[in-house]
Write a protein that binds this ligand. Sequence first.
Ligand code: ADP
Ligand code: MG
Length: 213
Amino acid sequence: MIIVIGSNKGGVGKTTLATNLAVAFAIRMNKAVLVDADPQGSALYWGSVRQQKQHTPFVNVAQRRGNLVDALKVLSRQNQVVIVDVPGRNSPELISAMSVADIVISPHACSQLDLETLQELEDQVHALRPLNPKIRVLIYQSMGTTNPKIRQRERSDFCSYVSVFENLLLANSSGFQRLAYRECISEGIGVLESNNPLAADEIQQLLTELLNG
Ligand SMILES: Nc1ncnc2c1ncn2[C@@H]1O[C@H](COP(=O)(O)OP(=O)(O)O)[C@@H](O)[C@H]1O
Ligand SMILES: [Mg+2]
């Protein structure tokens, strides 16, 4: 299974989600690989910290650039799950990875600047669908507010924004702004391995949603 974490916007939590899902899948099934296709190399950095600190389970992080079609096909024959962290804005990595993906998870915060990029994603998926009819694109609300007074309204705004796009599905699970996510990146771990049960539960719920199709 090839899972691409992609969006046309930077800073929406792609790498954070990719590293956390890599840990979640590594705990559950040992044949998982995280592909860092972003020149920023943040996932590679996380992987090197994880290796230095000898955290288990081992998470294999591979670096790939440019057109990812052949590389992802090879990796998906060798691994049960391939998680791909791609750079944003119509990059060759985003488009080529989506052309062979089973699932695309696209994190977006509930902000006008993030949500305005959904139309571009809708157009990209529409263009790719003849090539990859099975593709499932889940829009994942990331960095939600934990303020109980506005949390519900933010979620319902997000849901109604996503609902107008024919090729984009709303993920039932969502993630909130939590310090734990930042701290885990610098520790080379995932929130499932942290002592923050709320963040861990968010990743567990996304994992369940992915596994149950
Ligand atoms: N759920 C979250 N809560 C708090 N901070 C987050 C969360 N997700 C990501 N961040 C922070 O937001 C910034 C951008 O996240 P990152 O995963 O690097 O995004 P992208 O890969 O899309 O550019 C980083 O500083 C990261 O630590
Ligand atoms: Mg990134």
